[in-house]
Design a protein around this ligand. Sequence first.
Ligand SMILES: Cc1cc2nc3c(=O)[nH]c(=O)nc-3n(C[C@H](O)[C@H](O)[C@H](O)COP(=O)(O)OP(=O)(O)OC[C@H]3O[C@@H](n4cnc5c(N)ncnc54)[C@H](O)[C@@H]3O)c2cc1C
Length: 512
Amino acid sequence: MTYFGRETIDVVVVGSGLVGSTFARVLADSVPGATIEIIEAGSRLSEISGLHVRNFPTLDARDAAILTAQGHDRRVRLPISTYLPPKSGTGETGTLERPGLFSVSSLGKLPPHMEMPSVAMTSCVGGMGVLWRGSCPQPLGSEVSTLVPPEEHSDSIHQAYQLLGIPLGERPDNLTAELCSTLITRLDINQGIPPSSSIRALPIAATNSPDGTRWTGPDVILAGIAESPRSNVSIRASTHCRKVLLRGDRAVGVEVVDLESKELYQIHAQVIVLAADAFRTPQILYNSGIRPAHLGRHFNDHLQVTLQVVLSQPLQEVAAVASQQVDLGAQGCWIPFADESRPFHGQVLYGFQEDLRSERPLAVTAGISLYGRKEITGDDRVILHDTQRDIYDMPTISLHYRWTRQDRKTIDHLKLSALDIAHQLGVPSRHDPNVLPPGASLHYQGTMRMGATELESVCDAYGRVHTLSNVYVGGGGLIETSTACNPTLTAVALAHRSAKRISIEMKGGSKK
Ligand SMILES: Cc1cc2nc3c(=O)[nH]c(=O)nc-3n(C[C@H](O)[C@H](O)[C@H](O)COP(=O)(O)OP(=O)(O)OC[C@H]3O[C@@H](n4cnc5c(N)ncnc54)[C@H](O)[C@@H]3O)c2cc1C
């Protein structure tokens, strides 16, 4: 590799997903004129940075984008998620393989017992945000962090809804309304659920218009600033961040490699933000010699159970009419978490939810997905290997993760609940709901958790790494509570709050 000198700007953001894009957008709005560079290891998929693949104009363009999002692993996959069962007698869990993603273990080979094959990631401009399903239930009850004052939490969730372009307060379509009222009568009222957790329309990051549905990708958050000649924000694609460069308790910049020319160079900046997901952000910190005791620990994802249901005849009739009026693919029903009364959260989505190729799903079936909280332990962790290097010459990542006895009980409860819900709506497609293998939920949390001090966490509630004055981390990895709700809304809310704090510091405001 050639060393190629250095550049100086205000802020480096590593990772161009929904979280990195939030940092860039909020900082650009709050500190006009600040120079902000988003460093992204993956390639561009389109001229519009971070456009969701479902918004691509043709199926061929969409397929090409999905393949590019797979980074180094360009094997063509089936257009839907595919379950690969374990080899018999190995005692391993199966793997869920999905278009657009590559497995963590494909970055660097490790002995099979150290792998978690369903843990997956993406590498492209826009990150997972070009593929995601957009479900944004908000955390409730004990899911909510106590580290953020309640009014600030509510405000940042509200800001996240806005950044993600989630239409709130709209009247649900007729099918969603009918389904919610069926479930409210049969479940909420019977089970004594409080009104705050009552079943309702699912907030989904997509907007319906007469021209069709527009799914929210990072492009919606960036709102054109990465393409505008008038803005000081740019995205440097195919550029890999290797480490943060330190001087005492401050970072002075990052070391990056241009993956095409192989040139190695430094970018100096006042503030460094790492939003490179729950695995690769800890990897960058570790490779920089920033190794707090809790880095990578408390790794958790959701326990997830799915079941298809053929809707009852009356619901099918409502569906037939509703599908003439709206794209039912962007609608759904939310069964909120309610602590002891309902210790999980659920979604009922119409049609085949994960087929990225399907243009207009048929609303005769519904997919029920229930998400349970993983019991969090410090032993479940991302392990970074000093001596083994991955394909980017970074410390190889392996994972230690086990379902506890409590987790298995939770899964049994989810299975029974999924069947119960399915019976209220029609005929379940099978008697034994699918249990997704560990890591398949794609809701990765905890690996750089927030907390009051370095003794129990990696960063503070603004995402600032405890031992450093100007290095911030963002993403689901910050979430320290045990949650059942999808993490992205919270991750974007936390990023908004962090970016606001950084902007005050950049403008010379108080640190507290
Ligand atoms: C099919 C699918 C459906 C989903 N559905 C939902 C849903 O309905 N609701 C929900 O809440 N969540 C959902 N998720 C998860 C959600 O997409 C993620 O939580 C979210 O997008 C993560 O955003 P992020 O910005 O933190 O990370 P990412 O989107 O993973 O972005 C990280 C970026 O950093 C880059 N990067 C990594 N390392 C480096 C490096 N060293 N140098 C430079 N760049 C680097 C990567 O290439 C990547 O582009 C879904 C995910 C998928 C794939």
